[in-house]
Design a protein around this ligand. Structure first.
Ligand SMILES: *Cc1c(COP(=O)(O)O)cnc(C)c1O
Length: 408
């Protein structure tokens, strides 16, 4: 299938190009020192990802440790409640070990570290989800693990801090500035410049300098490959549309990868939070402009000084002021449509899916569920496959405190 100049028949052999570009987006905008480290990872990745041994080991781990393939569930009661003309389905990444899709790329990155002979993995974390997934992978492989986290987030996310420590990770407190995610990223990058001979940096989404957007997409593509096969086996045809939430964009890139060359409408959903005013949402692809941050060129939300703007979403996993460069590219060429869902619609979908299907979704994933329901109402037949990126256990305390438990 061709969209403009882009031929999706052999898309993955051309995107990204050797400089890590998806059209004008992506690239590698970092210090000379780190460039050497990135070049080492790039080279290792290109050779290791062809290695039969590496691929076989990753497959075995996915099956025996992660519990893959994760199933697809037909959301029958929810579909009926919406009129029954359109059928909704969910790809169950909430059933992936540790409760979300994040482990898919963390296991890949940690296995790469092992093959490269590194002793340690390092990363930053905001809400702690990426930190927990990486700590899980590090424990599995017997690697050391340093997770950089702002003091403010350490206080807010006590259960995830405890999880990381139980898994054997070293949580490094970052006290500079506002002491949240941005400072944690800076501190983790600084540590990486000092220690890159012994460790690799593991980014938490399809973000950062080349080769990370490509690597994380490739590791997540298992979601789309499985989903396409399973969906056809279940129903005899392709879904009419697929939907995923977009923070950095890794769960979306994983699902979308499997369907780019198919006649399937693809929707990436960003958080509209409290509304359209800058600071009230994190819908970077919808309201942002081109710019460079954290080592790559993409579409981002900027403040009046051109710096990354403050963002907000009820889902802490979605509140990032930019999105992966490949999403900016898919938006530009028109292959994927990006739309938004606000906090209220999200929380409504969270309760609806819980009560009608017996699945408590992560608040991030609830954005995709809300959009899937909205989309179904505009169609008169067909099917919608929603990526359920994670489970909602982590959100329980927050939802109960903020929204209460609805009466029966
Ligand atoms: C982190 C997270 C996300 C957002 O990350 P992406 O890279 O955009 O996928 C979405 N859902 C869950 C459950 C998460 O933990």
């Amino acid at each position: 299938m061709k969209v403009g100049q882009v031929d999706f028949n052999d898309y993955f052999s051309h995107y990204p190009d050797k400089d890590g570009l998806f059209g004008k987006f992506g690239g590698c905008y970092i210090s000379e020192e780190l460039k050497a480290a990135m070049a080492e990872i790039t080279e290792a990745y290109y050779s290791i990802c062809q290695s039969r041994k590496f691929i076989a080991e990753l497959r075995r781990i996915r099956k025996e440790f992660q519990g893959r393939p994760t199933p697809i569930t037909h959301l029958e009661r929810l579909s009926d409640a919406l009129g029954g003309k359109v059928q909704l389905y969910a790809k169950r990444e909430d059933l992936n070990h540790s409760g979300a899709h994040k482990l898919n790329h963390c296991m890949g990155e940690a296995l790469l570290a092992k093959y490269m002979g590194k002793k340690k993995v390092i990363a930053e974390t905001g809400a702690g989800q990426h930190g927990v997934a990486l700590a899980t992978a590090a424990a599995y492989f017997g690697l050391e693990c340093d997770i950089y986290m702002g003091s403010v987030d350490i206080k807010k996310q006590a259960p995830n801090v405890a999880r990381m420590k139980i898994l054997g990770a070293n949580v490094v407190e970052v006290k500079e500035g506002l002491a949240t995610l941005k400072e944690a990223v800076d501190a983790a990058f600084a540590a990486y410049s000092r220690e890159y001979k012994d460790c690799i940096y593991c980014i938490g989404s399809v973000l950062g300098p080349h080769p990370f957007p490509m690597m994380v997409r490739d590791f997540q593509s298992v979601v789309g490959i499985e989903a396409r096969e399973q969906f056809i086996e279940m129903t005899g045809h392709l879904p009419s549309a697929i939907v995923a939430c977009v923070g950095g964009g890794s769960n979306a890139a994983g699902l979308f990868s499997g369907f780019l060359n198919d006649p399937v409408d693809i929707y990436g959903i960003e958080p509209l939070g409290r509304g359209e005013k800058l600071g009230d949402h994190a819908a970077s692809l919808k309201y942002g402009t081109e710019g460079i941050m954290h080592g790559f060129n993409s579409i981002m939300l900027k403040d009046e000084n051109g710096e990354p703007a403050p963002v907000y979403s009820v889902a802490s996993g979605l509140d990032y002021p930019s999105s992966g460069p490949e999403h900016a590219f898919w938006q530009e060429i028109g292959r994927v449509k990006y739309d938004v869902i606000n906090d209220e619609e999200t929380i409504d979908a969270f309760y609806r899916l819980s009560r009608m299907e017996g699945i408590i979704p992560a608040i991030e994933s609830s954005h995709a569920v809300a959009y899937g329901m909205k989309l179904a109402k505009t169609m008169d037949h067909g099917s919608v496959l929603i990526n359920l990126s994670g489970r909602g256990d982590k959100d329980m305390d927050f939802v109960i405190e903020k929204y209460g438990i609805p009466e029966n």
